[in-house]
Design a protein around this ligand. Sequence first.
Ligand code: TXA
Ligand code: MG
Length: 317
Amino acid sequence: MAMKIGKDVEYAAKLLRHDQLVAIPTETVYGLAANALRQSALVKVFETKQRPRFDPLIVHVAHADVLTDYVREVPTWALDLIKNFWPGPLTLLLPKQDIIPDLCTAGLAKVAVRMPRHPLALALLQQLDFPLAAPSANPFGFVSPTTAAHVADQLTDQVDYVLDGGPATVGLESTIVGYEGSRPVVYRLGGVPLEALEQVVGKVHMLLNQSSNPAAPGQLKSHYSPGIPLELGDLQKLRHRHEGENYALLSLQPTAPDHPFQEVLSPTGNLSEAAQNLFGALRRLRKAGVSLILAEEMPDRGLGRAINDRLRRASAG
Ligand code: TXA
Ligand code: MG
């Protein structure tokens, strides 16, 4: 069956009630959604993404009020984060209730939950009496999709419907926060900047970039592969090192107007705009016919941190 793209929330809801897969827009990236409470629907998600079963899925809810249906406890710091960042690009790792299938959490005791901010995602969730498990709607290890067309590019016949909500406004996956003991821990940098988190809960620990991290097994270094080699660092040095080679440039602001293949993430140096453009830019460069991407390291603040994290993983791929 050819994949359909549209804005029909009712149709999307109907498919999901029948355990089918729907790609949904969120403010971060597009997700590949299924009924989070149905093992048979979850199996389809893993198969379609070719995702290993040890890599758990994020559960999306319509409202913070339903959270306690799915998790056993919500610590005070988590409540504070919810007040400040839900709906939005923040995922919380909390002890799961039995109603969440083990397949969803890959057998782990905690489930990842978030309430997205995208109006179509919320309208859809409000029509359903179950939450939606949704990993990013890309084949495992690939750059996440930020438009319906990106989803269609890679998952052509394998999704029953793509709910088109336009380009993602954040453009990076959610920030994932869990805890060890009584202290919040960041497992993935994302759409909520570290500084904003710390304004609410104080200093947080970070557990990133582990090649085998049992708490967040998806944090593999080689994630976010753009399909061609990528080197991250100081552009001038990189260009010097690769002189004469067929490379493309990825920079925050314009640096080499004469270079034929390049992506500028934000002409004014705005890191939110850069985040919005990052994954689209990587997809375009993949198709540009170059053999190498030279990427500039972003300032290490705000969303720049999360962008650097994705570029670092892309460079390890
Ligand atoms: O912004 C986002 O978070 C997007 C949109 C669609 O919501 N989703 C997303 O899902 O990025 P995915 O599956 O591509 O990445 C989820 C990450 C993975 O690294 C996974 O290992 C981790 O979250 N994760 C999910 N559930 C977990 C759990 N129970 N314990 C530890 N890590 C978990
Ligand atoms: Mg992903």
